[in-house]
Design a protein around this ligand. Structure first.
Ligand SMILES: NC(=O)c1ccc[n+]([C@@H]2O[C@H](COP(=O)([O-])OP(=O)(O)OC[C@H]3O[C@@H](n4cnc5c(N)ncnc54)[C@H](O)[C@@H]3O)[C@@H](O)[C@H]2O)c1
Length: 256
């Protein structure tokens, strides 16, 4: 675990909505916002780890997050959850578009259906969550949206064109929505994780040899964890970054 995070008074009692907040980087974000005294609502399809996280955070912080099972591929369900959050927890002031799926795939085998499915997880929900949350932020007089991109496409990484293409588009989505929403005091930024050693990454993709290779490329020879990503997201969510919008923040130990 990284050292204790800075405290941001502007996050206390703020309603924060996180997609994919039940495991991986998302769980570290949920924990970090709960520790700030924020009212955290997160959605995920992984129900068991999500419920476990709620229990753990109730015990650890006394400020349990609220978990709603929701598949971000179902836009109507996503819109309904976001509307319900405002009624039950107050208007959303911070949106973290974190959920994604980095399954590897051979370009030769991609069908139109599989391509659409990749976009339906990795790109489309980010836009529709922004569309649904923005009016709530307008009612608050402003807000902060943090979209998760990736260094994978900047590194010209292969073997997952449906993922890397969607992630490259996220960076464009940030820029254009920052323009459309800026006049309402809503900031939109991209956070770009490097190679973050979540349980899923270690289980599925990153062998010990891969890790050696990653550390050789990073300027900083540290195995990056979700706790290294959370402090940047807190900063971008808080009023301390009040004039930062349409930008990209890379946490990769100095690689791309
Ligand atoms: N881990 C890395 O090295 C890395 C690198 C670059 C970018 N990123 C980005 O950071 C973000 C978080 O990555 P991670 O490694 O923690 O991912 P992860 O796969 O470990 O976790 C993503 C979370 O989203 C949830 N999720 C997946 N599909 C969903 C769906 N259809 N509906 C609702 N929830 C769903 C998962 O259950 C999980 O809790 C993603 O946007 C990812 O693209 C991660």
């Amino acid at each position: 675990m990284a050292s204790e995070n800075a405290r941001y008074p502007s996050l206390s009692n703020k309603t924060v909505f996180i997609t994919g907040g039940g495991s991986g980087i998302g769980a570290a974000l949920t924990r970090a916002f709960c520790q700030q005294g924020a009212r955290v609502v997160f959605i995920d399809i992984a129900e068991e780890p999500s419920r476990q996280l709620v229990n753990d955070l109730e015990r650890e912080t006394g400020n349990a997050p609220h978990f709603e099972p929701c598949d971000i591929r179902d836009i109507k369900a996503l819109q309904e959850v976001i509307a319900r959050v405002e009624q039950e927890h107050g208007p959303i002031g911070v949106l973290v578009n974190n959920a994604a799926r980095d399954d590897r795939h051979d370009w030769r085998e991609v069908t139109p259906e599989y391509w659409d499915e990749r976009m339906a997880i990795n790109l489309r929900p980010q836009f529709f969550a922004i569309q649904a949350v923005a009016p709530q932020m307008e009612r608050l007089g402003g807000g902060s949206i943090i979209n998760f991109g990736s260094i994978s496409w900047k590194l010209a990484q292969g073997n997952m064109p449906g993922y890397t293409t969607a992630k490259a588009a996220v960076h464009g989505l940030t820029r254009t929505m920052a323009r459309d929403l800026g006049a309402s005091g809503i900031r939109v930024n991209t956070v770009i994780p490097g190679c973050i050693m979540t349980e899923r990454q270690k289980e599925l993709w990153i062998s010990p040899e891969d890790l050696d290779n990653i550390l050789a490329h990073q300027c900083l020879k540290t195995e990056l964890t979700p706790e290294h990503v959370a402090p940047t997201v807190l900063f971008l969510a808080a009023d301390d970054s009040a004039q930062c919008s349409a930008q990209e923040y890379v946490i990769d130990g100095g690689w791309c």
